[in-house]
Design a protein around this ligand. Sequence first.
Ligand SMILES: Nc1ncnc2c1ncn2[C@@H]1O[C@H](COP(=O)(O)OP(=O)(O)OP(=O)(O)O)[C@@H](O)[C@H]1O
Ligand SMILES: O=P(O)(O)O[C@@H]1O[C@H]([C@H](O)CO)[C@@H](O)[C@H](O)[C@@H]1O
Length: 162
Amino acid sequence: MTSLSLPSFEDKICLPEHLRERIAQLPRPLVFTNGVFDILHRGHASYLAQAKSLGASLVVGVNSDVSVKMLGKGDDRPINNEADRLALLAALESVDLVVIFTEKTPVKLIEQIRPDIYVKGGDYEIDTLDETKLVKTWGGKAIAIPFVYQRSTTTLLGRIRS
Ligand SMILES: Nc1ncnc2c1ncn2[C@@H]1O[C@H](COP(=O)(O)OP(=O)(O)OP(=O)(O)O)[C@@H](O)[C@H]1O
Ligand SMILES: O=P(O)(O)O[C@@H]1O[C@H]([C@H](O)CO)[C@@H](O)[C@H](O)[C@@H]1O
């Protein structure tokens, strides 16, 4: 019987204890974004590709299952568990590294990574975010990417349920 090794994209999933060395290996400018990415859709894929194009590498911080519960998206969320959400993001060409965070916001993680560019989608008022204020303390930039495709996990779930 042929034995197959795990697909190489799994290497993009970073354990928090390896974060410092993995970040040091990535080319700069380093772009960072974060989110739940519960049911991946075309809006996410397009957004992440555009985020990557702003720099040389893209790191995605992914909310742990417990931290999703703090965001008020619903008692049944996330639909996909943290391991699966990390793996799907790691499988995208645009993504260089994925790492979990367990707090309500990714501020602690951003302090560790010190990205050159912080990115969120156009559904956020980027200038009001603590994440934006933080990256500016070391001369970083924050950029909001407008939606190209009107998609959302919540809308998809509504359609499945109706
Ligand atoms: N249609 C979209 N186009 C571009 N960016 C998006 C889109 N939807 C979400 N994003 C961005 O992707 C990241 C993750 O978003 P999120 O997981 O909240 O997606 P969502 O589909 O809006 O989910 P939910 O409906 O659960 O809030 C965020 O930074 C958000 O700004
Ligand atoms: O997928 P979402 O809901 O867009 O991701 C959230 O983004 C929040 C944002 O960074 C403002 O603080 C973050 O706090 C939250 O933990 C989710 O990642």
